[in-house]
Ligand binder design. Structure first.
Ligand SMILES: C[S@@+](CC[C@H](N)C(=O)[O-])C[C@H]1O[C@@H](n2cnc3c(N)ncnc32)[C@H](O)[C@@H]1O
Length: 265
């Protein structure tokens, strides 16, 4: 693809109506093309990605994985995660069969991704802990750009329990209601093999990680949702700091997940 075609494609795909998104800044870099940032976080830049040759055609294992399809059809209306992030989480959860310890999700809302994790945990004879305030997002601060607290307060534990009941995972799954880790982490007294952190703010990401790091088994996986999303720079900022930690290897898989695998204590 020539530079000219690349610029044309980015312009064509430009998703932002700046009239209605006054906090977002659109700019152009002479070599790299169109990019965006939040007015409060100029160092966290964003672009339309995957706009290269072969853009539209990629390996799609989720189409033929019958077990994933079953879970996905069941949970998709109850999750803010898209198909790709749910499949990503599913893939990591299945691989955690090789790693001792329970599963934990912090940031459950109506339970879509948490229910998915509960099903895989059950297959592995593991417990699954699902932690949320069920009163919305907390701990927003100056490192966050968009969320100010209370978002997703519409979510209900009854909906989550209904989902778990449908997947027959009530027996291995425990709901922890309150701010995590401050109010509920003491209910977990075992090692952890997988954590899905979907909490939307810098401080909540940091607090979950600081609490969990000594409890993670080697080989355990931490998935940060919303990594790289325009408007969720607090999450991106925390995960970028964590990339300096020599106990983990990490990957930004471009679909909105930063994933860290613990390689040593
Ligand atoms: C984006 S939603 C979670 C979406 C969910 N994973 C799904 O599949 O749709 C974020 C949730 O994180 C919760 N939350 C944020 N910070 C938290 C904290 N420190 N402790 C507990 N819950 C928290 C909020 O209450 C909210 O329900």
């Amino acid at each position: 693809m020539t530079d000219e075609q690349w610029y044309f494609l980015q312009k064509l795909l430009d998703p932002l109506d700046l009239e209605n998104n006054k906090d977002f800044v659109k700019d152009i870099d002479a070599q790299m093309g169109l990019f965006y940032h939040h007015a409060q976080s100029p160092e966290v830049t964003h672009q339309i990605i995957h706009a290269n040759e072969g853009f539209f055609i990629r390996y799609a294992p989720w189409v033929t994985d019958k077990y994933f399809r079953f879970i996905y059809m069941f949970v998709r209306d109850y999750s803010l995660l898209d198909l790709y992030r749910l499949f990503d989480l599913y893939t990591y959860a299945k691989q955690c069969k090789k790693v001792p310890g329970c599963f934990l999700e912090v940031g459950v809302a109506n339970g879509g991704s948490g229910a998915l994790l509960s099903a895989i945990a059950k297959d592995q004879n593991k417990k699954c802990y699902l932690a949320d305030t069920w009163e919305g997002v907390v701990k927003s601060g100056e490192k966050d750009t968009t969320f100010s607290g209370g978002e997703f307060d519409y979510a209900e534990t009854e909906v989550v329990l209904h989902l778990l009941s449908g997947l027959n995972t009530l027996s291995n799954t425990h709901l922890l209601k309150g701010i995590f880790p401050d109010e509920t982490a003491d209910k977990i007294d075992e090692n952890i093999s997988l954590i899905h952190v979907d909490v939307d703010t810098y401080q909540s990401c940091k607090d979950v990680f600081e609490w969990a790091k000594s409890k993670m088994s080697v080989g355990g996986v931490i998935v940060f949702d919303d990594y790289g999303f325009l408007g969720l720079e607090g999450v991106t900022r925390f995960a970028n700091e964590l990339m300096e930690d020599l106990n983990y290897i990490y990957n930004y898989n471009l679909n909105g997940h930063a994933t860290f695998v613990k390689i040593k204590d």
